[in-house]
Design a protein around this ligand. Structure first.
Ligand SMILES: [Zn+2]
Length: 233
């Protein structure tokens, strides 16, 4: 594997609400004379996660910054008028993008994320990517981050903990494991063990803490979907 130390986020610059497939981007890029799709990952309109160019191949997505980076693109980035830059990520796309970025970060130990617009005079990806994902990477702006602070762990308490316990119980009943005695709003030892059980069952990192990946995995579980699987190329 080549050295990879950065993720660069893009949009397809297509109108809000329009699906864009890997095959379509592949065609666009071949028409430019490239060897095929220049991005490594594509987030479809409905939150699909697709593999583009294999990760071990240098991408073609950000001039001067391709050699050690991965290019991740989401379908959209322009308003329905077809020209005004707009952050069109819907909830499914935002979630899929978050999961994909986290997965790639952990797989390659990536510490930096940028938007295409930080390297080129373009609107792409139509939002401030490095700021938006600052809490996941060793970002530039330091300070309070509501999402990082929302990681739940032993000793925490409050409505968010009560809500997480409800979700654990709901998951347990969907897999026929009965409902454990879990009440109150304190993230106690029992809640930690239940979280670890959930994480082990779904084959994700079993640290007993509730961060973006564990939350996302719970969304999948409660929707009756199989565990998250990393794209393998
Ligand atoms: Zn771009």
């Amino acid at each position: 594997m080549r050295p990879i130390n950065e993720i660069i986020v893009h949009c397809t610059a297509t109108p809000e609400g329009r699906q864009v497939t890997v095959a379509e981007i592949d065609r666009w890029h071949r028409e430019r004379g490239w060897s095929g799709i220049g991005y490594h990952r594509v987030i479809g309109l409905n939150g699909e996660r697709w593999a583009g160019r294999p990760l071990d191949k240098i991408g073609a997505h950000c001039e001067g910054h391709n050699e050690r980076s991965l290019g991740v693109v989401y379908a959209g980035g322009v308003a329905r008028d077809g020209k005004t830059p707009k952050d069109t990520r819907n909830a499914a796309q935002a979630n899929a993008l978050l999961v994909e970025l986290t997965e790639l970060r952990d797989r390659f130990g990536i510490k930096k994320l940028s938007g295409h617009n930080e390297y080129a005079n373009k609107a792409c990806p139509s939002f401030d990517a490095s700021k938006a994902y600052d809490y996941l990477f060793e970002g530039r702006s330091k300070g309070f981050n509501p999402i990082l602070d929302a990681v739940l762990k032993r000793g925490d308490f409050g409505p968010e903990v009560a809500d997480w316990k409800d979700r654990l119980k709901a998951w347990r009943s969907t897999v026929g494991m009965g409902s454990p005695l879990m009440t109150g709003d304190v993230f106690d030892h029992n809640a930690e063990l239940e979280t670890i059980l959930f994480q082990k069952t779904r084959k994700i990192v079993a640290d007993g803490k509730v961060g973006p990946q564990t939350r996302s995995e719970m969304d999948l579980a409660l929707a009756g979907k199989p565990p998250f699987q990393a794209l393998d190329r």
